[in-house]
Ligand binder design. Sequence first.
Ligand SMILES: NC(=O)N[C@@H](O)C(=O)O
Ligand code: NI
Length: 167
Amino acid sequence: MSAPREIVAQALTAAAFAPFGDLLDCAGAPDRLINAGRCGRYHDRARLDFGPEGRAGLSIFNAVPRELPYLLDLLERHPEGSQAFLPMTSNPFLVIVAPDLGDRPGVPQAFLTAPHQGINLYRGTWHGVLTPLAGPGIFAVVDRIGATPNLDEYTLDRPYMIRAQPA
Ligand SMILES: NC(=O)N[C@@H](O)C(=O)O
Ligand code: NI
């Protein structure tokens, strides 16, 4: 078995994540001030999509924290809907995404979130499953609820080892 390929995680930025989804945070000035100026509204910041046969759902995930270096051997996508992960703590999490090569993912990219950052994965974006890096791994998740399948999984024939720094 050949050694896993290495990926060094990078800090999550809106520009780097733009091909894959939305970065959800309170960076910069709000779009609107509401509540008598006591609240900044960062308005309509995610491209949500639940397909013609689905509806929006809000779930709570309690995921087991993982550690770096992290062995990535599976990627998935939701062809029928977007998926947003909003941490309910200030803990960082690992975000793994990959371009689509048609029926399989391309080379993944790994990102580390800063506190109070969430993400929305565009419909069909290849990604690693939710990967908190500290406990509790509690997230609000907005994604598609529907009766038809919405999950493609791809097992990597050669895994990646994701590191915070080069080995
Ligand atoms: N399966 C599920 O609800 N979650 C995954 O899609 C994930 O991205 O974590
Ligand atoms: Ni998913």
